[in-house]
Write a protein that binds this ligand. Structure first.
Ligand SMILES: [Zn+2]
Length: 403
């Protein structure tokens, strides 16, 4: 984090159009540019045209650029010639919001840090930080609002206290990283379209299993999850009932069907204990104090890249489980669970071989990351929005959810 602050003076000949009134600032009005230009270019364009549109600052991933003095008004809040936003608000545009990504994330951090310094300068509280939407109803700052306004205000407050607040939802290398509060696993064995709630994704690997007239699925690897409202079909009870108790399904590699490639093997598994922090272990025995467990393809172990042949493949994973398609990963960082989601665009078909995944995550500080089932089973919903994925609507076996 860190920005350079520069000023590009408004030509006095443009005062009548861009900043006709003197101003005593009373609040900060936050905007997103809905554009992909740098802060310098936003200010230069604003000063060069003859529209009654103007703002005090544009902020990008490198610079805070001032284009109007803080004792002149700007036209940015959409609340008219005498509106509080236009006549008393310091207009701040956060750049690169159209496409988002790392440049926007960094621009937003710089904006939060700069706003914290402005609040200190004026001796204001966080209540002075307003959004464009407060004055005219326009959905602006659009991407900041999509990602959470309270989150942004918390970032500002974090900078005031001198701490840098890590974003809880960001993108890097085409993948989205989301911190998962209250993570949980629920049994489903149903069409993935039936995932309900704000946040969730498909969870485990599984195989088809036939009992009488019923075709159903059984987990592969380790799985400990809530049964939720799932009703075990009558004719498969003898297979599943012994694994169900106290509203939970307990299923381990030792229980895996004879045709499971993981039967009796120690497979990389995310373990969320009843008390204590989540961790990742290679195991075929699920410890007693486990609340949730799910196996996946190890992609990062103990903070390091994994060796495909000697480590991943030996657990029983075939190369086509990590081919170029849509995937969900679960990562553990500082004892917290993160969802990582998106499409593999590795040059080689196996995203581990070509270091594609490692190159994206190596500086992110994860202790461990494992990959859940992908491709036709891929499904991910974040804040109520379904993420782009493969067109197949496959049955899934369990899902991962968070608040
Ligand atoms: Zn705006």
């Amino acid at each position: 984090m860190g920005y350079k602050q520069i000023t590009i003076n408004m030509p006095t000949s443009k005062y009548g159009i861009k900043c006709p009134y003197s101003m005593v600032p009373e609040c900060i009005v936050v905007h997103n540019t809905a554009n992909d230009a740098s802060a310098r270019n936003e200010i230069k364009y604003m000063q060069s045209n003859n529209k009654e549109v103007s703002f005090h600052f544009a902020i990008d991933d490198k610079e805070v650029v001032q284009g109007i003095s803080l004792i002149r008004n700007g036209w940015h809040a959409g609340d008219g010639a005498n509106g509080k936003g236009n006549r008393t608000g310091v207009g701040i545009e956060i750049c690169y919001s159209k496409s988002g990504g790392t440049r926007f994330i960094e621009a937003e951090k710089n904006a939060a840090a700069f706003i914290a310094s402005l609040l200190d300068t004026y001796g204001w509280g966080i209540d002075r930080v307003k959004k464009h939407q407060d004055f005219s109803g326009k959905y602006c700052p659009h991407r900041t609002l999509d990602m959470g306004w309270d989150r942004f205000l918390k970032m500002v407050e974090g900078y005031r206290k001198g701490e840098e607040v890590k974003p809880e939802d960001y993108t890097k290398g085409g993948l989205r990283f989301v911190k998962c509060k209250n993570p949980r696993l629920v049994y489903l064995d149903a069409d993935k379209k039936k995932i309900t709630g704000r946040n969730g994704c498909n969870a485990d690997f599984f195989g088809n299993y036939k009992r009488g007239k019923t075709t159903y699925t059984l987990p592969r690897g380790n799985l400990v999850c809530d049964m939720g409202s799932y009703q075990v079909p009558e004719d498969v009870r003898q297979d599943l009932d012994k694994h169900i108790g106290a509203g939970k399904l307990w299923y381990g590699c030792l229980d895996n069907a004879a045709d499971s490639q993981f039967r009796n093997k120690s497979v990389t598994t995310l373990i969320i204990p009843k008390s204590g922090k989540p961790y990742v272990a290679d195991t075929n025995m699920i410890p007693d104090n486990v609340k949730y467990a799910v196996s996946g393809v190890p992609c990062v172990r103990k903070g390091d890249d994994v060796d495909w042949h000697n480590y991943v493949n030996r657990q029983g994973w075939p190369a086509d489980t990590v081919r170029n398609t849509y995937h969900n990963w679960l990562g553990v960082r500082d004892g917290e669970v993160w969802l990582i989601t998106g499409q593999s665009k590795a040059k080689s078909g196996n995203m581990i071989y070509g270091m594609w995944f490692w190159d994206i995550v190596k500086d992110e500080g994860f202790d461990d990351i494992l990959k859940l089932d992908g491709g036709g089973s891929y499904y991910c919903k974040i804040d109520g929005k379904v993420m782009p994925g493969s067109s197949g609507w496959r049955q899934i076996n369990a899902y991962f959810a968070w608040d």
